[in-house]
Design a binder for this molecule. Structure first.
Ligand code: NAD
Length: 297
């Protein structure tokens, strides 16, 4: 079934993630200046890339560029793919002990042979700007502070531009990953929304989605969410990013939603230019938060 009254793409009300992220980067830059003036040094972020996965190279490059924009000192560690797990753990210990490093980011995925959870668990929770350490995961699920993963944090900031009160809203989250689906569900529960978390084994997903006031689609399944899945006036956050190749051989990025079928939605995030820029901007604001926590300690 398709939406017979599908609007043209220009009728879809888009949430401009790029502009909102730019505001957050600017706000972060001002906070960095304040911290530097008060403490004599700007916050520092260490970014560790092991191996040369092309997508990871691009992400790390973007993160470093945005750090510069916000005035955050960035330290890059590029290690060969055959790096020994022990050497990586030793580097983390060194950075944990270094007061000039406020945040530590290990770019995922790590090469085979390195236990990612062992590595992530080694980062001090206060420097864990990705929010993946079990202490931060626990704090998030108990609603007791801690550093929150960047993509869910960015999703909430985008939603906050169109929703003032979440109490009682039906939210359907598609995808239950540790980096997006589960943490965003926790944040939404904290705001008193009624959250349904769905995944690849969920039955009747279109029917469940159609009940939602808000859909957060984080499945990595291109254009999974069709117009008829979305009730009129719903807000749709499209987290998915998949690179597809068109018949003419050109590649482009697509999200999890058939955006041009969503003219009846209240607001939709575009791909690219929606959640993606927010993720990096939130990494910077998490670094500033970690720096403040370290200096206030
Ligand atoms: P993941 O592969 O870890 O998890 C995907 C989840 O979606 C799983 O729970 C799976 O059960 C569910 N799923 C997959 N196909 C489904 C389907 N057809 N129907 C219902 N559920 C389905 O993925 P992830 O790391 O959470 O990432 C999800 C997507 O979000 C990817 O496209 C990823 O690139 C993107 N992403 C974007 C950002 C960003 O900054 N914009 C950040 C993180 C992830």
């Amino acid at each position: 079934m398709t939406n017979a009254t599908a609007p043209s793409p220009e009728q879809v009300r888009l949430i401009d993630g790029k502009a909102i992220a730019a505001q957050l980067v600017e706000q972060t830059r001002q906070e960095v200046e304040e911290i530097a003036a008060a403490h004599g040094a700007a916050p520092g972020l260490a970014v560790v890339l092991v191996g040369s996965d092309p997508a990871s190279e691009v992400y790390v490059g973007r993160k470093i560029a945005q750090c510069r924009k916000a005035g955050i000192r960035s330290v890059e560690h590029r290690l060969p793919a055959d790096t020994d797990e022990g050497a990586l753990l030793a580097l983390i210990d060194e950075m944990n002990a270094d007061p000039a490093i406020d945040g530590i980011l290990i770019q995922l995925p790590l090469p085979k042979g390195i236990d990612a959870s062992l590595v992530l668990d080694r980062i001090l929770p206060g420097k864990d700007v990705d929010g993946f350490h079990p202490v931060n995961v626990g704090r998030l699920s108990s609603g007791t502070g801690g550093l929150v993963p960047c993509t869910p944090l960015g999703i909430m900031m985008l939603l906050d531009t169109v929703i003032a009160d979440y109490r009682g809203l039906n939210v359907v989250v598609i995808g239950k990953s540790n980096i997006v689906g589960k943490p965003v569900s926790m944040l939404l529960l904290e705001r008193e929304a009624t959250v349904t978390v769905t995944h690849i084994e969920t039955r009747n997903l279109p029917d469940i989605a159609r009940q939602a006031d808000v859909i957060v689609a984080a499945a990595g399944a291109p254009q999974l969410v069709r117009g008829y899945w979305v009730k009129p006036g719903a807000v749709v956050i499209d987290v998915g990013i998949t690179r597809i190749t068109d018949p003419d051989g050109r590649t482009r990025l697509v999200g999890d939603c058939a955006t041009n079928e969503l003219g009846h939605a209240a607001a939709v995030t575009p791909v690219p230019g929606g959640v993606g820029p927010m993720t990096i901007a939130c990494l910077l604001s998490n670094t500033v938060r970690a720096a403040r926590m370290a200096r206030d300690a």
